[in-house]
Write a protein that binds this ligand. Structure first.
Ligand SMILES: Cc1ncc(COP(=O)(O)O)c(C=O)c1O
Length: 285
């Protein structure tokens, strides 16, 4: 069934939501996006997503006229029109159409697209059994500048590597061979109850869920460390989990042929899953 889409101030059926063939998002990946999960028509920490989007767009010098309240109103309208309870929403902002050439001079209006579609929550079994990951050969480059840009080639190649190996997801290393993140998530390790995650750097997206998990860990008085993480740390971890807005806190119980925590989600991961969901219940609006 055709979805309604928000496109620069209008609600249009998807088949009418035309984008110029000269849009720079399409030509160069010159734009950013945000993905949020929809919980019974509500969203968790939309303000943080809009803040991250705004910060990234500022760096790219792409103006954004909508504030959090504006995005909230658009999302509520899409929830209604598309009849979404459990679902996913995506905000895409590109520089729009500009003069030919990389500089993007004389850009016209930026293209703001918002979509929100019904999608069941991820399979609950994944949280019970955990998922299998591979460490991808594909590396992340610092060219990503910590932005959630429209270029996901490295992540797509890594996910395809995982798929070829019959795994669910891939963990990517940076150009120095340090653990960076999942293909669409941040990575956490637990060792002796210490919660460890790679320190932020240009290869790593400052995940909203990552920040929330750090907040929960602090609140629960668990020791937290943000530092360089080596591949070896992954294989010596008591527990490993991935975090993202759509997947929440997802246990990793196998990395390549190595079992993590004997193939079961560990106690800290289980606690994070519980505490994150409780926070969503309290805060989503
Ligand atoms: C590359 C990458 N890293 C991390 C994340 C997690 O970010 P968040 O928790 O804000 O969803 C995502 C989410 O899509 C991602 O694509």
């Amino acid at each position: 069934m055709s979805q309604t889409i928000y496109r620069n101030g209008e609600y249009v059926p998807e088949e009418k939501a035309a984008i110029s063939p000269f849009d720079r998002g399409l030509l160069y990946g010159d734009g950013l996006f945000e993905t949020l999960r929809c919980y019974e028509g509500k969203f968790f920490r939309l303000d943080r997503h809009v803040e991250r989007l705004r910060g990234g767009l500022k760096k790219l010098e792409i103006p954004l006229t909508l504030e959090t309240a504006g995005f909230a109103a658009v999302l509520q309208e899409l929830v209604k029109q598309n009849n979404v309870a459990s679902g996913v929403a995506r905000i895409v902002v590109t520089r729009g159409v500009a003069e030919f050439g990389l500089l993007g001079k004389h850009a016209e209006e930026p293209m703001v697209l918002v979509t929100c579609w019904a999608q069941p929550a991820p399979d609950p079994k994944r949280y019970e059994t955990g998922i299998r990951c591979v460490v991808a050969n594909e590396r992340l480059s610092s060219g990503a500048h910590g932005l959630k840009s429209l270029n996901y080639i490295a992540q797509i190649l890594a996910r395809r590597e995982a798929n070829m190996a019959n795994a669910d997801d891939a963990i990517l290393l940076d150009s120095h061979g340090h653990v960076a993140e999942g293909s669409a998530s941040n990575v956490f390790l637990v060792r002796d109850r210490e919660v460890i995650t790679p320190a932020l750097q240009p290869e790593i997206l400052a995940g909203i869920t990552r920040a929330t998990v750090l907040e929960i860990a602090h609140a629960e008085k668990l020791p937290v460390v943000e530092r360089t993480v080596n591949q070896n740390d992954l294989f010596h971890a008591d527990e490993v989990f991935l975090t993202s807005s759509v997947g929440e806190v997802l246990p990793v119980t196998r990395i390549g042929s190595h079992w993590v925590h004997l193939g079961q989600p560990g106690p800290v991961t289980r606690e994070m899953i519980r505490a994150y969901r409780a926070l969503v219940q309290r805060e989503a609006k």
